[in-house]
Ligand binder design. Sequence first.
Ligand code: A3P
Ligand code: MG
Ligand code: MG
Length: 371
Amino acid sequence: MALRFPIGAAFTGRENPVPVKRPKEFACFSYDANHEYHLGDSSLKWYYPPDLGTSLSKGLDSFVKHDDTVDEHLDTLLRTIMSHEQATGEPIDAHIVTWRGMLTKIMAAPFDDSPFEMSVTRYRCQSFIEEHRAFKIQQEQQSTARQPRGRHGIPNSEMHRTNISAGYKFETLSTLPRPWGETSREYIENRDNEIVNNKEQYCSVVRTGFGNTIVCLGGEVDAIWDAKPPTPGDPINWVELKTSAEIHSHQDRVRFDRKLMKYWIQSFLLGVPQIIVGFRSESGVLRSVETLETRKIPHQVQSRELARWDGNVCIKFASLFLEWLRVSVPDEGVWRIKRGKGWNDIELSEVEEAGHGSIITDEFMNWRIKL
Ligand code: A3P
Ligand code: MG
Ligand code: MG
């Protein structure tokens, strides 16, 4: 039997915003250049402005790309949580544990009708949510097969590939592996020659909350703004780096404002206060850089009268949905969270009657049993 949660529920009572907690990082981990896991901040990067006029497509052929068809489940997030719990001697208090990307999809659902599928399992009052990878891969394959030729006769899939690597190239051009004061001028000036590699990542693990639901999220953070390491306990001046096509027309503006919803949700969830957008020309040259303050984005979009989304509705939806999920998933088995294209509700149905599937690792389970 399937249960359903109506997305429209988020649009009632809009005048009463849902209280949210400020996300607080309590652990972090890094993937090195081979995508190997390390507890701690070894892959943290520092923002340093890029040179305008640089081509974002240079080095496309040597781009070292992580194979994202392998299902990594929640493994590294659980490993990091386990290390934290071993140090404190107690389990984290979150009701929901997941990657930031899953909550991005949930928060966007009222204004973005894209389909998604996730799997969820509950263990001792905590719900663990992961992406249903087979669905995501199938969707990506279908969208590649369907793509017609775009502008200049270049297949859209190729344009898409170029844009993806341009995003990572921008990160390489805008960051340093050490704070500015510890980096040579030579390194700064030669960032254009660095190999672009998206296997390397810094991931923040935060405790945050929506209404009554406490959430533990893991997600990649691109860089840190300050020139010095942060003072422990203080909010961290993270930056999210993004690239986008230059805005020339009203139509471009509308498209960009819609993109801003994803930028805002993504940064809001981990408590990233600033987003740096690199605007590229049609031929892929970095033309300008703009800094956006995350907390101001929803209001700025509303005031441009192009608003196609409302941040309070996104927050309200996540809050109502997570509360419903907490009471709807039983203590045993694996359940599917599904939204079909354009559906007005989210469906929850049983996939496996017993156990926790591949969502919770044996290592994590053994640790929790001992705790
Ligand atoms: P841009 O968003 O600047 O184009 P993130 O911005 O989340 O740090 O991701 C870095 C880059 O990865 C993005 O840069 C984009 O190129 C690529 N990327 C991230 N999520 C993606 C997705 N869902 N589909 C395609 N590319 C994605
Ligand atoms: Mg990133
Ligand atoms: Mg980024």
